[in-house]
Design a protein around this ligand. Structure first.
Ligand code: ADP
Length: 258
């Protein structure tokens, strides 16, 4: 059994003539430690799909199974526990609390976790060290750069060490160089064992994923299905696959805009 199974997922908004099928019968399987990029034009259904994967948006029909758990078969409270236990979220707009320091922001998801404050602080420090920001732990969000804010958001998403990281346009607000650094960070986390599912518009970012799903009009129209985890890849192959993906996505991008 695969780690994540999306089974005929459908999400309809509204009814009758005005009904929209935001996600229209999508099925796929994801193995542990995959790095999946979901691409598609605006309105294609990517965010709806990611929301469903994030246990935040119940499908109209179909099932989502994660680690043998039928996510939408859980009640609300169980689903909140599931989210906390299994998922980290990274968004385009960092959602940092401006009056909390960097480390306090990273500790936020631990508020509901029953652990000593000291332990929580050391978990947050570990997490900040992972993203290379331990030295800025006591700054406020206004005192760090955009790329650093995104790294804090990632540190916060991984502080609980969730097995799955969901990212929605994680580099949407960043310049090219900073975007590359963020993608390399995600790549490293993936290499260390995290399963990553990332929605992105950017062909360059998608190139870092090891598997690309293309969504059009709520349907999964392409799936590169490279079901292999990064640590089994020789370094050279990772580099050439990244280049291949980037090229392919650039071609796809130029087709759409041209
Ligand atoms: P994407 O993330 O690819 O831009 P979305 O998942 O946001 O696409 O949207 C897919 C379709 O569903 C769009 O036509 C959008 O207008 C519609 N949609 C998304 N959310 C809602 C909602 N809450 N109510 C009604 N329609 C929605």
């Amino acid at each position: 059994m695969s780690y994540i199974v999306a089974d005929n997922l459908v999400k309809k908004y509204g009814d009758g003539e005005t009904a929209v099928s935001a996600v229209d019968d999508i099925s796929f399987q994801i193995q542990e430690r995959e790095f999946v990029g979901i691409m598609g034009e605006s309105g294609a259904g990517k965010s709806t799909l990611l929301g469903m994967m994030g246990a935040m948006n119940a499908p109209t029909s179909g099932r989502l199974i994660v680690d043998d758990i039928d996510v939408y078969g859980l009640n609300q409270e169980q689903r909140a526990d599931f989210r906390r236990e299994f998922l980290g979220f990274v968004f385009q707009s960092f959602h940092l609390v401006p009056y909390l320091t960097v480390i306090e922001n990273v500790m936020l998801p631990l508020t509901v976790v029953k652990t000593k404050k000291k332990k929580k602080r050391s978990m947050a420090e570990d997490s900040l060290a992972q993203v290379g920001l331990l030295g800025k732990a006591y700054r406020l969000p206004s005192q760090i750069s955009g790329g650093e804010k995104e790294r804090v958001a990632i540190a916060r998403a991984i502080v609980n060490e969730p097995p799955v990281l969901l990212a929605d346009e994680p580099t949407g607000n960043l310049d090219t160089k900073t975007s590359q650094e963020i993608m390399q960070l995600l790549r490293r986390l993936n290499g260390e064992g995290m399963t990553i599912i990332m929605v992105t518009h950017s062909p360059e970012c998608a190139g870092y994923a090891l598997r690309i799903m293309q969504v059009t009009d709520g349907k999964l129209v392409e799936d590169s299905s490279k079901i292999r985890s990064i640590e089994k890849w020789p370094k050279k192959e990772i580099e050439s696959e990244t280049l291949r993906n980037q090229k392919r996505m650039q071609v796809a991008g130029s087709l759409h805009t041209g």
